[in-house]
Design a protein around this ligand. Structure first.
Ligand code: ADP
Ligand code: MG
Length: 569
């Protein structure tokens, strides 16, 4: 038997789990069941596409079994899914391979109370079992392989790993519960209740196996003879979930709670979603989509190695959750499911990219999501929460998604010279406020809102009562805004480079002024030397004596490089 050290971050996480004050311990069942369901999904796909597995799993049916021992205070969760070999175990439940978990650990503060709130916000999967376990054994055999392995740990610094025997493919997770704090989970009612709550619509049957004392039924004669019925124990094998993929259910049958619990079972998030969008499309293409927008943007949203939040199914068979092309990058915060009736069941992940049916689904999904966000925007309070999380991602969309540019622009919100107190404006409202002569949307870009608001360049605009957008997300605004072109025929104009409004230029007077200040301008130029490109007389200012402007092209190139990096491209 070989001892292995957990990677440092796992160690930290486990320490937190075992000492967690987190009250919602029951979620470990949801996490383990969702892993079991994922593992069954994977085998279900492989047996349809992998020649080597086709025959041996021809009549296979995925299922999850749970049993418990009340005296021993233990719980066992068994699936017949893909299983893990030695390497999988080391990689998946010994190190941090997932960016999500890593960001979670990075976000930890060391303050126990704050950190347990974090667990609440970001489900952390398998390791949550150590909230309730003294010891955990994972016995697993990978489909198509010979040797099984046993992984054991008490959640302190290390785990044991050794070959063992196991008949069929799949995984057994044996949990020795903490006697006092978690013994309650070794109970029929508790497990039924938790599974009903979180895993009712997992696509596979979940069975609870338990002993029940039953009295024999006496025949009439025996009863008359006054015989007492004998007691015996019977082994029960009871299905405790509905096992209908939630997204296939009619909307009318589903309650908010059903949707929310299903979201939690697929998303690693323990909070309810901000928005749920369930659509069934019939006709030439038949498919169902169920999309969720999280209340808090996923932690890995601005990492190049972010994980896709969309699972693709074909006729209820899971195909992949690792295709970032299913939705455009700027909607990478959306979680959910696409289930197509028309794709071939053995579609390989590689050819998905060029698939017309999928491109179609993607296109209408984007339209649907954008239109639901627009509906949300009617509720100012709710929408401000959305904007706080996703305004920036949507801005990328203006650049990436030409077809939906107008729709996205309607959703964006901006700071401006006519908003304050963190209030933002839509472009539509900007237009409506403008005077009848104005035909453009003016903006200024920079890093710091306060500096921008004090810019001397704003003087002539304020004087003429022209609203200017204050764009202080420089990294992205600098490149995206010039690329917008126009919103409903109103061109975007950067006030550092465009002509100032309503200033009548008298050419003669201009020459006169230039002549008058010629010497001083050349002296300033000399003094500043290479620090500036040029020094010029301007008619943009009305109060201040001078201001600095920029050369838009250079800045734009630098910003573009920066932005692509942050979008993971
Ligand atoms: P996630 O499910 O988000 O990937 P988890 O911490 O829940 O994160 O699980 C980590 C990994 O461990 C899974 O991605 C999977 O590779 C592996 N794993 C966990 N449980 C099982 C299981 N029952 N069968 C097969 N693999 C599993
Ligand atoms: Mg998981």
């Amino acid at each position: 038997m070989a001892k292995h050290q957990f990677q440092t971050e796992v160690g930290q996480l486990l320490h937190l789990m075992t000492h967690s004050l987190y009250s919602n311990k029951e979620i470990f069942v949801r996490e383990l069941v969702s892993n079991a369901s994922d593992a069954i999904d994977k085998l279900n796909y492989l047996r349809l596409t992998d020649e080597k597995l086709k025959d041996s799993f021809a009549s296979w049916k995925g299922e999850i079994n749970i049993s418990f021992d009340e005296k021993d205070k233990s719980l066992t969760i068994i699936d017949n899914g893909i299983g893990m070999n030695e390497e999988d175990m080391i990689n998946s439940i010994g190190t941090i391979a997932k960016s999500g978990t890593k960001s979670f650990v990075e976000a930890l503060t060391g303050d126990a109370k704050k950190d347990s709130n974090l667990i609440g916000q970001f489900g952390v999967g398998f390791y949550s079992v150590f909230m309730v376990a003294d010891k955990v054994d994972v016995i697993s055999k990978k489909a198509g392989e010979e040797v099984a392995y046993k992984w054991s740990s008490d959640g302190s610094g290390e785990f044991d790993l050794a070959p063992c025997t196991k008949e069929s493919a799949g995984t057994v997770i044996y949990i020795k519960l903490k006697d006092e704090e978690a013994g309650e989970f070794a109970s029929k009612y508790r497990i039924k209740n938790i599974v009903g709550k979180y895993s009712n619509h997992i696509a596979y049957p979940i069975f609870l196996n338990y002993d029940e004392e039953v009295s024999e039924t006496l025949s009439e004669e025996d009863e008359k003879a006054g015989k007492t019925p004998e007691k015996k124990t019977e082994r029960k094998h009871e299905q405790i979930n509905e096992a209908t993929a939630l997204w296939t259910q009619p909307k009318a049958k589903l309650k908010d709670e059903d949707y929310n619990n299903f979201y939690k079972s697929i998303s690693q998030d323990s909070s309810d979603p901000m928005l749920t969008i369930h659509t069934k499309t019939e006709g030439v293409n038949e498919y169902i989509t169920l999309f969720y927008i999280p209340q808090i943007a996923p932690m890995d949203m601005y990492r190049a190695d972010y994980q896709s939040g969309i699972k693709l199914y074909v006729k209820r068979v899971f195909i992949t959750d690792d295709d970032k092309e299913l939705l455009p990058t700027y909607l990478r915060f959306v979680r959910g499911i696409i289930d197509s009736e028309d794709l071939p069941l053995n579609v390989s992940r590689e050819i998905l990219q060029e698939n017309r049916i999928l491109a179609n689904i993607k296109q209408s999904s984007v339209k649907k999501i954008l239109s639901e966000i627009k509906k949300l925007s009617k509720d100012e309070e709710k929408y401000s929460k959305f904007i706080e999380q996703y305004n920036r991602a949507l801005k990328e969309g203006v650049y990436q998604d030409y077809t939906n540019k107008e729709a996205i622009l309607e959703l964006l919100r901006y700071k401006s010279t006519k908003t304050e107190d963190k209030k933002l404006t839509s472009l539509e409202d900007y237009k409506n406020r403008a005077n009848s002569e104005q035909k453009a949307i003016y903006y200024i870009v920079g890093e710091n809102e306060k500096v921008l608001r004090n810019s001397p360049l704003l003087e002539s605009y304020n004087k003429n009562d022209i609203e200017v957008l204050i764009l202080d997300d420089k990294e992205i605004d600098e490149i995206i805004t010039p690329a917008i072109g126009a919103f409903k025929e109103w061109e975007f104009k950067d006030i550092t480079t465009c002509e100032a409004p309503k200033v009548e230029i008298n050419e003669e007077e201009k020459k006169e002024v230039e002549e008058k200040f010629k010497d001083i301008v050349s002296k300033i130029k000399e003094k500043l030397n290479d620090d500036v490109k040029d020094v010029k007389i301007t008619n943009r200012l009305s109060e201040s004596a001078s201001c600095i402007t920029k050369d838009s092209q250079d800045a734009q190139m630098a910003a573009m490089a920066h932005m692509f990096r942050s979008m993971g491209q």
